[in-house]
Design a protein around this ligand. Structure first.
Ligand code: NAP
Length: 296
């Protein structure tokens, strides 16, 4: 079978695309390699989506999945390994099966970047984490560190501040790039110590668990955990042969979110753009799906 539209990724951008495509009468398949919701799963609370005052990330993810099922949109849990063009169709290879479509909307999102230091990869799950929501409670009443100065670092540090005894918030500059609102809220936390103009130069382990971090090659801070929020990298390796991504893997798209390969679209956190928000990802998914439905 050749689908009108295959959507890769069941985060907010992919689900939004699927809703609009299905309601426009297109034959749709949505593929997801892990779990619905993508990065939303590891967000403590979403408070900036219109109409929803506050919702836990995992609950919003579950709502997305419920909507897919309610609308009877076919879905498969499978990892896409290659996207290519075969004559006038798009070929989507997964670890399970191969699918064909006239159009593909890629909405695979991004994954957290780790510090590029020895031991870091090995200590993930042993004191190093990129998910406060998943691992925060392990460090109740402990002293921990959070690294980063963007919205993610400050938002997750806020969440952790309610659980742990003390947070060292380590940032390489003396100014945060996060929103004013988050900066105001984190500065009001009595158990957060701001460590500005500082880079982590070493992570030390004891008995297979993180024990301390070294700052600027001079000072050692004992911590039970380090939460890393220094940005995200796009998950777009499967499309690299098409040459529609930039050197660091972000898709280049036009105003309809179409790449230079006709019929291949990209939406959400994996495209080059200025604003990476849940609300913009949803709008981009809808725009691409509506554009495709108008072509039919
Ligand atoms: P980000 O905005 O790219 O911030 C990354 C932070 O990590 C920056 O402060 C950066 O420092 C620092 N950093 C980068 N590489 C580093 C390294 N090797 N060592 C130490 N520090 C390093 O990433 P993000 O906070 O994950 O946010 C990603 C996007 O999602 C943003 O557009 C953000 O607005 C959005 N977001 C929004 C919300 C919300 O609206 N509530 C929540 C989360 C994320 P410099 O500042 O010096 O570059």
């Amino acid at each position: 079978m050749t689908y009108d539209c295959i959507i890769i990724g069941m985060g907010i951008a992919g689900v939004s695309a699927a809703i609009y495509a299905k309601r426009a009468g297109l034959s749709v398949l949505i593929l997801e390699k892990e779990r619905p919701g993508g990065i939303i799963n590891i967000i403590d609370n979403v408070e900036n989506y219109p109409g929803i005052k506050s919702i836990a990330g995992p609950d919003l993810s579950m709502n997305l999945f419920d909507q897919i099922r309610t609308l009877q949109i076919p879905y498969k849990i499978a990892e896409v390994t290659k996207l290519s063009v075969v004559e006038d169709r798009k070929k989507v290879e997964t670890n399970e099966e191969v699918y064909y479509a006239r159009n593909v909307i890629v909405a695979t999102g991004r994954s957290p970047i780790l510090l590029d230091l020895p031991n870091v990869k090995e200590l993930v799950g042993k004191g190093i984490s990129t998910c406060a929501l998943c691992d925060g409670t392990l460090y109740k009443e402990k002293e921990i560190a959070v690294v980063g100065g963007g919205n993610s670092a400050l938002q997750e540090a806020l969440y952790l501040s309610k659980i742990v005894k003390k947070i060292y918030l380590i940032h390489r500059r003396d100014e945060f790039r996060a929103s004013e609102e988050l900066i105001k809220r984190i500065k009001a936390c009595p158990n957060v110590e701001f460590v500005y103009n500082s880079v982590i130069t070493k992570v030390n382990e004891e008995e297979g668990h993180l024990a301390s971090i070294e700052i600027n090659n001079e000072k050692t801070i004992p911590v039970s955990a380090l939460f890393i929020y220094i940005g995200y990298a796009p998950k777009t390796d499967f499309a690299k042969d098409l040459e529609i991504t930039n050197p660091v893997g972000y898709f280049m798209v036009d105003e309809n979110y179409e790449t230079k390969v006709k019929g291949i679209f990209a939406v959400g956190d994996i495209i080059i753009k200025k604003v990476y928000q849940i609300v913009t990802a949803a709008a981009e998914g809808a725009t691409a799906a509506i554009y495709i439905s108008h072509q039919k």
